[in-house]
Design a binder for this molecule. Structure first.
Ligand code: SF4
Length: 207
């Protein structure tokens, strides 16, 4: 499966736009239960004005809200971003820490966000299991599990090391664009013959 993913897309990337670990951290924090497209729209305006903990604190919570108000749960997220910026300045010299415990201690940052930042900003071999990866892992039989923790542990065990760095991006993109929640495009899927899913979707009429 991963040889096929790599042949089709040799350098998969997150669809969130960022240029520094801090920008990535805030984008991931904002993306909970929101789309990457919506987050990018907001950060394209926010980051030219404020893209460091100090600058966001200078902006203040109310002003920050005005940049992110199109994103779901923006009030809570604004609070978390401000609190995160304070901790980054007070405890980490204004930098994003590269270890799980410090990342998960930041307000609004859970295991998944920490995994994304560790993988994408710092090149660690982590697996951030979101709704897409959870679905694809279960449907295909790649790493079935009742909850995201089990799926994460299985993927870390089963995905060959060579592919681990990029596996999370390949699986997310596959879930987002092909193995969709409601109607997976099995007829258009490069993994069809390797996938265990029984109710494969046939090609729609007219295509
Ligand atoms: S064949 Fe269908 S269910 Fe299996 S991975 Fe592809 S799109 Fe998903």
């Amino acid at each position: 499966m991963f040889e096929r993913f790599r042949a089709a897309n040799p350098s998969p990337k997150t669809e969130l736009e960022y240029t520094t670990p801090f920008e990535l951290l805030i984008a991931v924090l904002l993306s909970a239960q929101s789309t990457d497209v919506g987050v990018n729209k907001a950060t394209r305006k926010l980051y030219p004005v404020a893209n460091t903990p100090a600058k966001i604190l200078e902006l203040g919570e109310e002003e920050l809200k005005s940049y992110i108000q199109t994103i779901g749960l923006y009030k809570t997220k604004a609070k978390n971003v401000i609190a995160t910026c304070k901790i980054l300045l007070e405890q980490h010299g204004g930098e994003v820490p590269n270890d799980r415990a410090s990342l998960e201690a930041l307000p609004g940052v859970g295991r998944k966000t920490a995994n994304v930042v560790m993988n994408t900003a710092f090149g660690e071999l982590t697996m951030a299991v979101d709704t897409h990866i959870f679905r694809v892992s279960n449907r295909t039989g790649l790493a079935p599990g009742k909850n995201v923790d089990i799926v994460e542990q299985k993927l870390l065990r089963f995905v060959p090391k060579d592919f681990l760095q990029d596996a999370h991006h390949w699986l997310i993109l596959h879930g987002r664009y092909t193995c969709k929640a409601r109607k997976p495009e099995c007829w258009n899927c490069i993994q069809q013959d390797l996938c265990d899913y029984r109710q494969k979707t046939p090609m729609p009429d007219g295509l």
